[in-house]
Design a protein around this ligand. Sequence first.
Ligand SMILES: Cc1cc2nc3c(=O)[nH]c(=O)nc-3n(C[C@H](O)[C@H](O)[C@H](O)COP(=O)(O)O)c2cc1C
Length: 152
Amino acid sequence: MELYRACYRSKIKWDNMRLALPDEIDKTLLRIRRINRRAGVTGALLLVDQHIIQVLEGYTGPVLDTVYCVMNDPRLHDIEGIIHEPADYRLFPNSLMFFRDLTDGIAASRHAELRPLLDHPGEVTREEAYLALSHFAKELREGRMTNDMLMI
Ligand SMILES: Cc1cc2nc3c(=O)[nH]c(=O)nc-3n(C[C@H](O)[C@H](O)[C@H](O)COP(=O)(O)O)c2cc1C
């Protein structure tokens, strides 16, 4: 079966948050990881000031169903598609939803490939998104290799 990758940027609709942002994130991650496990969907969610950027990977049907769920979520608006295409492999094969908060700008100040994600009026291009996502995918792979070597 064919793998599919979807990545989008969306504005956060603050009025529709039920909890303070950190609690809302914790609760949402718990919920979406549970749903994604069942659907075989993996990916990453990046919080960038007024936006989130999310990548979803898995078989085409479940990924498109998830995109549909996200598009109907009242906490998000102005969704812009960045990547929508078949994929040869998953960038985040072991992450039901990897999460990073980039709002403090520290990671972006250290890694130039993350800077295009920071809030700016223009679109995030497919190439910019791939460079930034590959940064985190690499970080995860290296962590896994270290764990394997240490047998943890
Ligand atoms: C930032 C964000 C990321 C989301 N990511 C996912 C996801 O990865 N998978 C998914 O099934 N739903 C995702 N959603 C959609 C919501 O979790 C969805 O609206 C929720 O499952 C609705 O069900 P509930 O009202 O029963 O909680 C996301 C929503 C938001 C706001």
